[in-house]
Ligand binder design. Structure first.
Ligand code: GDP
Length: 483
């Protein structure tokens, strides 16, 4: 596997005393060094933008490196509507959450812990409670990276459907490993082999067939093979060597937030590093405050929460947004100051989004060109999300575009799907710096303004040749810009 994870790149940089912040480019030599370190073949190192990594800000610091401990994996369930995501989540929650907690009727906090027997011990994993790729994409678009593994549910009687492909695209772009649950195997008409065939045709080869993607045949309704699924997930987690340093001030991400009558502003945090304690002073996007109380996923008051553990927090002055990062700081003054800075930078962002005319520019396209990680850091790549009217058009457009010379800039289709452009497409484009091409489709007004806010290009065409010409021009222009 040629891909080096963001975490590994960070680690490698930290051990060399380099702390990537702001928009930064790694030099050729640095890229080579990291490649050697991870035994990745260097074909032709090119400067590599760490902008995306910098945006999500470092989770691990240099000081953490000698105090790292294993942490539980955080999982998200995605897949097409009606394929069984909610049923699967419910089943896991009911059967696996510790009996003492399952007793009382508690309102969910947006994530829950599950105990899984694995490797001779009982181990914890954490499920995010909002299934679907929309939430996942929205968090990613804000630079948040909470999920360690994506469980993608595909109904065995239905096979791959548009949202299956969207979910896979989101997971791939985020570099999150995928475990497939081939669900509804109890149903008449279930054909797991056909699903495996379909998945392998889009690049997910089942482990059983010698590939790299674990697939488990489940019935979420009857509870069949759910233990297998969880075990598989833990196995994948083990390979990822997920670690954090519990002995430091906490930081992490908001996964849900709201206003409760009795509690005021509440937010569910996933702690990603360190340990969060009652009384800690936190800043969290535009919100700040002192942690008044912490509640676990069973609604029970707790004094602290360590890495990967979800907790509901009260004591913030206002409601933050899902995807906001939080951190513990020294004083309320500092917290207030940081929150105000954040509020100001958001205001400026909105203003500059308004000022821009949303027109296509080459340089904005150039920023959509990233170095092809998958291919061993050797090529420039233009990431594309393609939306078309009819299934048949996908092949037509693809074939036409493949004709373009791709010696120096390659086209990479992150998603090709039918239907109008959606906000989730825009999130995907943000997370991967992609351009959206629409062929005979529409962009709803709300999606258009969302894209403008996020500085994402949406280019619409009605004639195939115009699309081709435009892409050719863009690619030629890009070549000049990137060389
Ligand atoms: P979601 O939209 O992906 O969250 O799908 P749901 O969990 O709501 O499931 C949609 C429908 O499929 C519901 O009627 C479920 O009872 C049913 N369903 C889910 N999993 C299974 C399964 O393993 N077997 C069968 N026969 N039905 C299932």
């Amino acid at each position: 596997n040629l891909v080096i994870s963001e975490g590994e790149i960070f680690r490698s940089l930290y051990t060399k005393g380099i702390k990537p912040d702001g928009v930064q480019t790694l030099s050729k030599d640095m890229v080579k060094m990291i490649c050697w370190e991870y035994d990745v073949e260097v074909i032709d190192a090119v400067p590599f933008k760490v902008e995306e990594m910098a945006k999500k800000k470092e989770i691990l610091d240099e000081d953490d490196l000698d105090k790292l401990e294993d942490r539980p994996p955080v999982l998200t369930i995605m897949g097409h509507v009606d394929h069984g995501k909610t049923t699967l989540l419910d089943h896991i929650r009911k059967s696996k959450v510790a009996a003492s907690e399952a007793g009382g009727i508690t309102q969910g906090i947006g994530a829950y812990k599950v105990q899984v027997p694995f490797d001779g011990k009982t181990q914890t994993c954490v499920f995010l409670d909002t299934p679907g790729h929309e939430a996942f994409g929205a968090m990613r678009a804000r630079g948040a990276r909470v999920t360690d593994i994506a469980v993608i549910v595909v109904a065995a009687d239905d096979g791959i459907r548009p949202q299956t492909e969207e979910a896979i695209a989101h997971a791939k772009v985020a570099g999150v490993p995928i475990v497939i649950a081939i669900n509804k195997i109890d149903k008449g008409g279930a054909n797991p082999d056909r699903v495996m065939q379909e998945l392998s045709s889009i690049g997910l080869m089942p482990e059983d067939w010698g590939g790299e993607t674990p697939m488990v045949k489940t019935s979420a309704l009857k509870g069949d093979n759910i233990d297998d699924l969880l075990e598989t997930v833990m196995l994948v987690a083990e390979l990822q060597e997920l670690k954090a340093n519990p002995q430091r001030k906490a930081k992490g991400t908001v996964i849900e937030a709201g206003l409760e009558k009795s509690k005021g502003p509440v937010a569910t945090f996933i702690v990603q590093n360190g340990t969060l304690r009652r009384g800690d002073i936190i800043v969290c996007g535009e919100a700040f405050g002192k942690v008044r109380a912490l509640f676990d996923d069973g609604g029970k008051r707790v004094d602290e929460a360590g890495p990967s553990i979800p907790v509901l927090v009260t004591g913030l002055n206002t409601v933050p947004s899902a995807g906001d990062e939080f951190e513990v700081v020294e004083s309320l003054d500092l917290a207030r100051e940081k929150a105000e800075l954040q509020a100001e930078s958001l205001r400026n962002e909105r203003l500059s989004a308004k000022a821009g005319d949303g027109k296509v520019t080459l340089s904005s396209l150039a920023s959509a060109v990233s170095v092809g990680k998958q291919t061993g850091l050797d090529l420039h790549q233009l990431n594309v999300v393609l939306r078309v009217d009819l299934q048949g058009s996908i092949e037509a457009v693809r074939q036409a575009l493949q004709v373009l010379p791709q010696d120096n800039v390659t086209l990479k289709f992150l998603l090709q799907a039918t239907g109008d452009v959606s906000t989730s497409d825009v999130d995907l484009a943000v997370a991967s710096k992609a351009v959206i091409f629409g062929f005979n489709v529409k962009v709803p007004g709300s999606v258009k303004s969302y894209a403008e806010n996020k500085h994402v290009e949406i280019r619409l065409y009605k004639v195939i040749y115009e699309l081709i010409d435009d892409v050719r021009n863009a690619m030629e222009g890009l070549l000049e810009l990137v060389e």
